[in-house]
Design a protein around this ligand. Structure first.
Ligand SMILES: Nc1ncnc2c1ncn2[C@@H]1O[C@H](COP(=O)(O)OP(=O)(O)OP(=O)(O)O)[C@@H](O)[C@H]1O
Ligand SMILES: [Mg+2]
Length: 259
């Protein structure tokens, strides 16, 4: 199912003072695949996503896209490379409405004819977001005028996901996208993820919900204490195997890793 390799990160390291958040982590992302990242709290999952989304700079390591070295120094640079992110802490502007959030940081600055096309484009993007929100089956009263800060956690999550989904052209990074959602909304998010992949966009998703991981992932990266300790393909995935790796027991070996 996976196409050509579009991103390769090698030997990523990141420390915060004495804490090693990420240690010598390699990751490849192929076109249209879903990579799940699993691991206990503090394993380094969000740090890895934040490096790929330009929020955090690694202490060392390299990233290539389409076999060319890139540096992703900000979310704006990530966006220019076609990489969008749904963050664990969402990062929406609470005092703006849905339409304002969709265009946050991307307001057209061109004047004259360019600004006319900017407005047309803006209308069509907001229509697409409305469509995504409808497909997400989350009831949002209005994309215009209602402040996102007054919405429920699930509604805000849907807005963040819909926004990223319409902008991502190569890779969509999702940090616990279903954490704030009910069962029905979670299922709708997973269907959205499938549609995104059908467009040839790769999805990298952190999730603690192992049945979702097993259901969707082409590949699973298991992180523990800042290191990638295993990479499993959909053929050798099982719930018990994942649990054992996440918590640090291996088959036939009773090994407890202190957290
Ligand atoms: N900005 C920061 N300053 C200091 N330490 C940090 C910072 N960000 C992350 N860390 C530390 O780096 C380690 C990895 O954190 P990270 O957020 O990547 O974990 P995670 O796997 O996403 O965990 P969770 O499942 O709880 O979200 C943790 O020990 C964390 O405390
Ligand atoms: Mg995290």
């Amino acid at each position: 199912m996976a196409g050509k390799r579009i991103l390769t990160a090698k030997q990523l390291n990141k420390s915060y003072g004495p804490v090693t958040a990420l240690q010598s982590v390699d990751i490849d992302i192929y076109e249209g695949e879903l990579v799940a990242i699993v691991g206990d709290n503090g394993a380094g999952k969000s740090t890895l996503i934040k490096i790929l989304s330009g929020v955090v700079q690694p202490d060392s390591g390299t990233i290539e896209m389409d076999n060319k070295p890139v540096s992703i120094r900000s979310p704006k640079e990530a966006a220019e490379l076609g990489i969008e992110t749904v963050y664990q802490d969402l990062a929406l502007a609470p005092n703006l409405d849905v339409a304002g959030n969709v265009y946050l940081g991307r307001e057209p600055i061109v004047k004259g004819l360019g600004s006319f096309f900017g407005i047309v484009n803006r209308r069509s993007m907001i229509k697409r977001v409305e469509e995504e929100l409808r497909l997400l089956e989350v009831n949002i009263p209005s994309v215009n005028g209602l402040e996102v800060g007054s919405m429920s956690g699930g509604q805000r999550q849907a807005v963040a996901i819909a926004r990223s989904a319409v902008w991502a052209s190569r890779i969509l990074l999702m940090d616990e996208p279903t954490a704030a959602l009910g069962v029905r909304e979670s299922e709708a998010v997973l269907r959205l993820v499938q549609r995104i992949r059908q467009r040839g966009i790769s999805v990298v998703m952190i999730s603690h919900i192992l049945p979702h991981v097993i259901q969707l992932a082409d590949r699973v990266i298991v992180m523990r204490q800042g290191s990638k300790i295993a990479e499993l393909t959909s053929e050798n995935l099982s719930h018990d195997r994942l649990i054992a790796m996440i918590v640090g027991y291996e088959a036939g070996e009773v090994k407890v890793v202190a957290e």
